[in-house]
Design a protein around this ligand. Structure first.
Ligand code: TXA
Ligand code: MG
Length: 344
Protein backbone atom coordinates (compact mmCIF):
# COMPACT_ATOMS: atom_id res chain seq x y z
CA UNK A 1 0.00 0.00 0.00
CA UNK A 2 1.22 3.49 -0.82
CA UNK A 3 1.85 5.08 2.59
CA UNK A 4 -1.30 3.49 3.90
CA UNK A 5 -0.30 0.78 6.26
CA UNK A 6 -3.18 -1.48 7.08
CA UNK A 7 -1.41 -4.55 8.29
CA UNK A 8 0.27 -3.40 11.50
CA UNK A 9 -0.19 -0.46 13.83
CA UNK A 10 2.85 1.72 14.60
CA UNK A 11 4.04 1.41 18.20
CA UNK A 12 4.29 4.98 19.55
CA UNK A 13 5.82 6.08 22.83
CA UNK A 14 3.31 7.56 25.28
CA UNK A 15 4.56 11.03 26.02
CA UNK A 16 2.46 14.16 26.34
CA UNK A 17 2.15 15.95 23.01
CA UNK A 18 4.25 19.08 22.50
CA UNK A 19 2.85 19.60 18.99
CA UNK A 20 1.40 23.09 18.56
CA UNK A 21 -0.87 24.44 15.83
CA UNK A 22 1.00 27.17 13.92
CA UNK A 23 -1.36 30.03 14.93
CA UNK A 24 -0.23 33.55 15.89
CA UNK A 25 -0.31 32.78 19.61
CA UNK A 26 1.92 29.70 19.26
CA UNK A 27 4.29 31.43 16.85
CA UNK A 28 4.74 34.17 19.48
CA UNK A 29 5.16 31.54 22.20
CA UNK A 30 7.97 29.85 20.23
CA UNK A 31 9.65 33.18 19.47
CA UNK A 32 9.52 34.00 23.21
CA UNK A 33 11.01 30.63 24.17
CA UNK A 34 13.81 31.19 21.64
CA UNK A 35 14.36 34.68 23.08
CA UNK A 36 14.82 33.06 26.52
CA UNK A 37 17.53 30.75 25.16
CA UNK A 38 15.33 27.65 24.81
CA UNK A 39 15.27 25.06 22.02
CA UNK A 40 12.09 24.48 19.94
CA UNK A 41 11.35 22.36 16.86
CA UNK A 42 10.18 24.25 13.79
CA UNK A 43 9.09 23.15 10.32
CA UNK A 44 11.26 24.05 7.34
CA UNK A 45 10.65 23.26 3.68
CA UNK A 46 13.38 20.55 3.82
CA UNK A 47 13.00 18.74 7.18
CA UNK A 48 12.04 19.83 10.72
CA UNK A 49 14.75 21.81 12.51
CA UNK A 50 15.76 22.00 16.18
CA UNK A 51 16.14 25.76 16.60
CA UNK A 52 17.95 27.98 19.11
CA UNK A 53 19.51 31.46 19.21
CA UNK A 54 22.41 31.22 16.73
CA UNK A 55 24.41 33.91 18.55
CA UNK A 56 24.04 32.54 22.11
CA UNK A 57 26.62 29.86 23.06
CA UNK A 58 24.53 28.60 26.00
CA UNK A 59 21.42 28.13 23.85
CA UNK A 60 23.54 26.48 21.14
CA UNK A 61 24.97 23.97 23.61
CA UNK A 62 21.40 22.86 24.39
CA UNK A 63 20.91 21.85 20.73
CA UNK A 64 23.90 19.49 20.95
CA UNK A 65 22.62 18.06 24.26
CA UNK A 66 19.05 17.49 23.03
CA UNK A 67 20.26 15.76 19.84
CA UNK A 68 23.15 13.89 21.42
CA UNK A 69 25.28 15.44 18.70
CA UNK A 70 29.08 15.65 18.99
CA UNK A 71 30.43 19.20 19.31
CA UNK A 72 32.71 18.62 16.29
CA UNK A 73 29.65 18.70 14.00
CA UNK A 74 28.86 22.35 13.10
CA UNK A 75 25.35 23.81 12.73
CA UNK A 76 23.55 25.68 9.95
CA UNK A 77 22.55 29.26 10.86
CA UNK A 78 19.21 30.41 9.39
CA UNK A 79 18.77 34.13 8.61
CA UNK A 80 15.73 36.18 7.53
CA UNK A 81 17.47 37.41 4.40
CA UNK A 82 20.91 37.96 2.92
CA UNK A 83 21.12 41.51 4.35
CA UNK A 84 20.79 40.24 7.92
CA UNK A 85 23.50 37.61 7.25
CA UNK A 86 26.04 40.04 5.76
CA UNK A 87 27.37 41.46 9.10
CA UNK A 88 28.31 37.90 10.13
CA UNK A 89 29.99 36.56 6.97
CA UNK A 90 32.36 37.42 4.16
CA UNK A 91 30.21 37.32 1.04
CA UNK A 92 31.44 37.11 -2.54
CA UNK A 93 29.95 37.19 -6.05
CA UNK A 94 29.06 33.46 -5.91
CA UNK A 95 27.05 33.99 -2.71
CA UNK A 96 25.12 36.83 -4.31
CA UNK A 97 24.41 34.87 -7.51
CA UNK A 98 23.13 31.80 -5.67
CA UNK A 99 21.16 33.86 -3.14
CA UNK A 100 19.35 35.51 -6.03
CA UNK A 101 18.61 32.18 -7.69
CA UNK A 102 17.68 29.97 -4.71
CA UNK A 103 16.94 31.96 -1.53
CA UNK A 104 14.70 31.68 0.31
CA UNK A 105 14.99 27.93 -0.26
CA UNK A 106 16.76 24.61 0.25
CA UNK A 107 20.37 25.69 -0.35
CA UNK A 108 23.04 26.08 2.36
CA UNK A 109 26.23 28.02 1.62
CA UNK A 110 29.51 27.60 3.51
CA UNK A 111 31.35 30.94 3.69
CA UNK A 112 34.08 32.57 5.82
CA UNK A 113 32.60 33.71 9.13
CA UNK A 114 33.10 36.80 11.28
CA UNK A 115 33.67 36.69 15.05
CA UNK A 116 29.99 37.40 15.92
CA UNK A 117 29.19 33.72 15.16
CA UNK A 118 30.10 31.74 18.31
CA UNK A 119 32.74 29.01 17.99
CA UNK A 120 30.36 26.37 19.31
CA UNK A 121 28.09 26.91 16.26
CA UNK A 122 30.89 26.14 13.83
CA UNK A 123 32.95 23.57 15.75
CA UNK A 124 35.66 26.26 15.98
CA UNK A 125 35.96 26.42 12.18
CA UNK A 126 36.57 29.76 10.48
CA UNK A 127 33.62 29.12 8.14
CA UNK A 128 29.88 29.06 8.77
CA UNK A 129 27.00 27.31 6.97
CA UNK A 130 24.09 29.68 6.31
CA UNK A 131 20.61 29.32 4.83
CA UNK A 132 17.53 31.50 4.27
CA UNK A 133 14.56 29.16 4.77
CA UNK A 134 11.36 29.53 2.73
CA UNK A 135 8.86 27.87 5.08
CA UNK A 136 6.34 30.61 6.08
CA UNK A 137 5.95 29.29 9.65
CA UNK A 138 9.72 29.27 10.24
CA UNK A 139 9.91 32.75 8.74
CA UNK A 140 7.07 33.99 10.97
CA UNK A 141 8.99 32.82 14.07
CA UNK A 142 12.22 34.38 12.79
CA UNK A 143 10.57 37.72 11.92
CA UNK A 144 10.38 39.36 15.41
CA UNK A 145 13.74 37.98 16.55
CA UNK A 146 16.88 40.12 16.68
CA UNK A 147 19.08 37.05 16.10
CA UNK A 148 19.37 34.23 13.53
CA UNK A 149 18.42 30.64 14.36
CA UNK A 150 20.81 27.73 14.40
CA UNK A 151 18.88 24.61 13.40
CA UNK A 152 20.10 21.10 12.69
CA UNK A 153 17.57 18.48 11.67
CA UNK A 154 15.34 17.70 14.69
CA UNK A 155 16.29 14.03 15.06
CA UNK A 156 18.51 12.24 17.58
CA UNK A 157 22.06 12.21 16.14
CA UNK A 158 22.38 9.49 13.47
CA UNK A 159 18.62 8.70 13.19
CA UNK A 160 16.37 9.41 10.19
CA UNK A 161 15.52 13.12 9.73
CA UNK A 162 11.98 14.25 10.66
CA UNK A 163 9.57 15.29 7.93
CA UNK A 164 6.49 15.56 10.20
CA UNK A 165 5.91 17.07 13.66
CA UNK A 166 4.98 13.58 14.90
CA UNK A 167 8.48 12.30 14.03
CA UNK A 168 9.98 14.96 16.32
CA UNK A 169 7.44 14.25 19.06
CA UNK A 170 8.21 10.55 18.89
CA UNK A 171 12.00 10.87 19.22
CA UNK A 172 12.71 14.18 21.02
CA UNK A 173 9.28 15.11 22.46
CA UNK A 174 10.32 14.51 26.05
CA UNK A 175 13.40 16.77 25.73
CA UNK A 176 11.90 19.96 24.26
CA UNK A 177 9.05 22.30 25.17
CA UNK A 178 7.40 22.88 21.79
CA UNK A 179 7.09 21.53 18.26
CA UNK A 180 5.38 23.85 15.81
CA UNK A 181 3.33 21.80 13.34
CA UNK A 182 3.86 22.66 9.68
CA UNK A 183 2.47 19.41 8.25
CA UNK A 184 4.67 17.32 5.97
CA UNK A 185 7.91 19.03 4.87
CA UNK A 186 7.74 19.95 1.17
CA UNK A 187 11.06 18.50 0.00
CA UNK A 188 11.58 15.81 2.65
CA UNK A 189 15.39 15.92 2.20
CA UNK A 190 17.90 18.23 3.86
CA UNK A 191 19.22 21.25 1.94
CA UNK A 192 22.01 21.02 -0.63
CA UNK A 193 25.30 22.31 0.88
CA UNK A 194 27.85 24.11 -1.29
CA UNK A 195 31.23 25.41 -0.12
CA UNK A 196 31.73 28.88 -1.63
CA UNK A 197 34.92 29.85 0.19
CA UNK A 198 37.66 31.25 -2.03
CA UNK A 199 39.58 28.17 -3.19
CA UNK A 200 40.72 26.39 -6.33
CA UNK A 201 37.13 25.12 -6.82
CA UNK A 202 33.53 25.26 -5.59
CA UNK A 203 32.42 22.05 -3.90
CA UNK A 204 29.12 20.33 -3.15
CA UNK A 205 29.33 18.97 0.41
CA UNK A 206 25.83 17.42 0.55
CA UNK A 207 23.42 16.57 -2.27
CA UNK A 208 19.91 17.90 -1.78
CA UNK A 209 16.91 19.44 -3.54
CA UNK A 210 19.03 21.88 -5.60
CA UNK A 211 21.04 19.67 -7.95
CA UNK A 212 24.69 19.93 -9.00
CA UNK A 213 23.53 20.62 -12.58
CA UNK A 214 21.34 23.55 -11.42
CA UNK A 215 24.22 25.05 -9.42
CA UNK A 216 26.63 24.77 -12.34
CA UNK A 217 24.17 26.55 -14.65
CA UNK A 218 23.57 29.35 -12.09
CA UNK A 219 27.29 29.80 -11.37
CA UNK A 220 28.46 29.37 -14.95
CA UNK A 221 31.32 27.11 -13.80
CA UNK A 222 31.91 23.49 -12.79
CA UNK A 223 31.25 22.40 -9.20
CA UNK A 224 33.19 19.47 -7.70
CA UNK A 225 31.17 16.68 -6.07
CA UNK A 226 32.87 16.41 -2.68
CA UNK A 227 30.31 14.01 -1.20
CA UNK A 228 32.02 10.77 -2.15
CA UNK A 229 35.59 11.80 -1.32
CA UNK A 230 37.80 9.23 0.40
CA UNK A 231 38.87 10.15 3.94
CA UNK A 232 42.56 10.60 2.97
CA UNK A 233 41.64 13.49 0.67
CA UNK A 234 42.62 16.83 2.17
CA UNK A 235 39.10 18.17 1.56
CA UNK A 236 37.36 15.17 3.15
CA UNK A 237 36.71 16.92 6.46
CA UNK A 238 35.01 19.91 4.85
CA UNK A 239 31.58 18.74 6.09
CA UNK A 240 32.42 16.94 9.30
CA UNK A 241 28.81 15.89 9.84
CA UNK A 242 28.62 14.11 6.50
CA UNK A 243 29.38 10.72 8.01
CA UNK A 244 29.19 7.59 5.90
CA UNK A 245 26.72 6.17 8.43
CA UNK A 246 23.81 8.50 9.05
CA UNK A 247 20.03 8.78 8.88
CA UNK A 248 19.70 5.14 10.03
CA UNK A 249 16.52 3.39 11.22
CA UNK A 250 16.77 0.72 13.93
CA UNK A 251 15.53 -2.01 11.57
CA UNK A 252 18.18 -3.42 9.22
CA UNK A 253 18.05 -1.66 5.86
CA UNK A 254 19.06 -3.63 2.75
CA UNK A 255 19.72 -2.02 -0.64
CA UNK A 256 17.89 -3.31 -3.74
CA UNK A 257 19.26 -2.42 -7.20
CA UNK A 258 17.35 -0.05 -9.46
CA UNK A 259 16.38 -2.98 -11.72
CA UNK A 260 14.36 -4.75 -8.95
CA UNK A 261 10.72 -5.13 -9.92
CA UNK A 262 9.06 -7.38 -7.34
CA UNK A 263 9.31 -8.59 -3.74
CA UNK A 264 9.60 -12.34 -3.07
CA UNK A 265 6.21 -14.09 -2.65
CA UNK A 266 6.69 -16.06 0.56
CA UNK A 267 8.62 -13.57 2.68
CA UNK A 268 6.41 -12.46 5.60
CA UNK A 269 9.13 -11.02 7.84
CA UNK A 270 10.58 -8.28 5.62
CA UNK A 271 9.24 -5.06 4.04
CA UNK A 272 10.09 -4.04 0.47
CA UNK A 273 10.13 -0.38 -0.62
CA UNK A 274 10.05 0.40 -4.35
CA UNK A 275 10.40 3.80 -5.95
CA UNK A 276 7.29 3.48 -8.09
CA UNK A 277 4.22 1.29 -7.89
CA UNK A 278 5.07 -2.26 -9.04
CA UNK A 279 2.69 -4.04 -11.43
CA UNK A 280 -0.41 -5.37 -9.64
CA UNK A 281 0.63 -9.03 -9.83
CA UNK A 282 3.99 -8.19 -8.14
CA UNK A 283 2.48 -6.62 -5.04
CA UNK A 284 2.66 -8.76 -1.91
CA UNK A 285 1.41 -7.97 1.61
CA UNK A 286 4.59 -6.11 2.57
CA UNK A 287 5.22 -4.24 -0.67
CA UNK A 288 5.37 -0.44 -0.33
CA UNK A 289 6.19 2.30 -2.79
CA UNK A 290 7.18 5.95 -2.60
CA UNK A 291 5.35 7.30 -5.63
CA UNK A 292 2.67 5.92 -7.95
CA UNK A 293 4.44 7.37 -10.99
CA UNK A 294 8.11 7.23 -9.92
CA UNK A 295 8.38 11.04 -9.74
CA UNK A 296 11.69 11.83 -7.97
CA UNK A 297 10.28 14.84 -6.06
CA UNK A 298 7.47 12.70 -4.68
CA UNK A 299 9.93 9.92 -3.82
CA UNK A 300 12.13 12.38 -1.90
CA UNK A 301 9.08 13.87 -0.14
CA UNK A 302 7.93 10.44 1.11
CA UNK A 303 11.29 8.71 1.72
CA UNK A 304 12.08 9.48 5.39
CA UNK A 305 8.40 9.27 6.42
CA UNK A 306 7.95 5.76 5.05
CA UNK A 307 11.25 4.52 6.52
CA UNK A 308 10.22 5.84 9.95
CA UNK A 309 6.73 4.34 9.62
CA UNK A 310 8.11 0.90 8.74
CA UNK A 311 10.76 1.20 11.47
CA UNK A 312 7.90 1.12 14.01
CA UNK A 313 6.51 -2.13 12.62
CA UNK A 314 9.05 -4.73 13.76
CA UNK A 315 10.05 -6.11 10.39
CA UNK A 316 13.25 -8.19 10.37
CA UNK A 317 14.58 -6.15 7.44
CA UNK A 318 13.47 -3.27 5.24
CA UNK A 319 14.64 -3.66 1.62
CA UNK A 320 14.79 -0.41 -0.36
CA UNK A 321 15.34 0.21 -4.06
CA UNK A 322 18.05 2.63 -5.17
CA UNK A 323 17.15 5.51 -7.53
CA UNK A 324 18.87 6.45 -10.81
CA UNK A 325 22.09 8.31 -9.91
CA UNK A 326 21.10 11.53 -11.71
CA UNK A 327 19.50 14.85 -10.67
CA UNK A 328 17.50 14.48 -7.44
CA UNK A 329 18.29 10.73 -7.54
CA UNK A 330 21.80 11.59 -6.27
CA UNK A 331 20.40 13.08 -3.04
CA UNK A 332 17.90 10.23 -2.62
CA UNK A 333 20.63 7.59 -3.07
CA UNK A 334 22.99 9.47 -0.77
CA UNK A 335 20.42 9.26 2.07
CA UNK A 336 19.53 5.62 1.33
CA UNK A 337 23.18 4.49 1.18
CA UNK A 338 24.10 6.28 4.42
CA UNK A 339 21.01 4.87 6.14
CA UNK A 340 22.02 1.34 5.11
CA UNK A 341 25.75 1.76 5.83
CA UNK A 342 25.65 0.76 9.49
CA UNK A 343 24.21 -2.66 8.54
CA UNK A 344 26.89 -3.52 5.96
O1 TXA B 1 17.77 21.31 5.33
C1 TXA B 1 18.60 21.49 6.21
O2 TXA B 1 19.75 21.86 5.96
C2 TXA B 1 18.17 21.24 7.66
C3 TXA B 1 17.12 22.31 8.02
C4 TXA B 1 16.67 22.21 9.45
O3 TXA B 1 17.63 23.56 7.71
N1 TXA B 1 19.28 21.29 8.54
C5 TXA B 1 20.22 20.31 8.57
O4 TXA B 1 21.20 20.51 9.53
O5 TXA B 1 20.22 19.36 7.82
P1 TXA B 1 22.16 19.35 10.03
O6 TXA B 1 22.88 19.92 11.20
O7 TXA B 1 21.39 18.12 10.26
O8 TXA B 1 23.19 19.18 8.85
C6 TXA B 1 24.10 20.24 8.62
C7 TXA B 1 25.32 19.77 7.91
C8 TXA B 1 26.20 18.87 8.75
O9 TXA B 1 26.62 17.77 7.96
C9 TXA B 1 27.38 19.78 9.09
O10 TXA B 1 28.58 19.08 9.26
C10 TXA B 1 27.44 20.67 7.87
O11 TXA B 1 26.09 20.92 7.57
N2 TXA B 1 28.09 21.95 8.20
C11 TXA B 1 27.70 22.88 9.06
N3 TXA B 1 28.58 23.89 9.13
C12 TXA B 1 29.56 23.61 8.27
C13 TXA B 1 30.77 24.25 7.89
N4 TXA B 1 31.14 25.40 8.42
N5 TXA B 1 31.54 23.65 6.97
C14 TXA B 1 31.17 22.47 6.43
N6 TXA B 1 30.03 21.80 6.75
C15 TXA B 1 29.26 22.36 7.66
MG1 MG C 1 20.95 16.15 10.23
Amino acid sequence: MFLDIKTKTPRLMHISSKILEPNTENITLCADLLGKGEVVALPTETVYGLAANGLDPIALRKIFEVKGRPLIDPLIIHFKDLDSALPHIQANAHVEALAKAYWPGPLTMVVPKKSSIPDIATACKDSVAIRIPANPIFRAVLKPLAFPLAAPSANPFGYVSPTQAQHVQHTLGSRIQAILDGGEADYGLESTIIDLRPSDALRILRHGPITQEQLEVSLGCPVIDQTTTKSNDRHAQLAPGSLTQHYSPNTQLVLMPLESTRSPKNNTTDAFIFLKKPSNNSITEHTYWLSDSGDLKEIAHNLFGLIQQLDQMQFDRIHIQLAPDTDLGKAINDRIRRAAAKFN
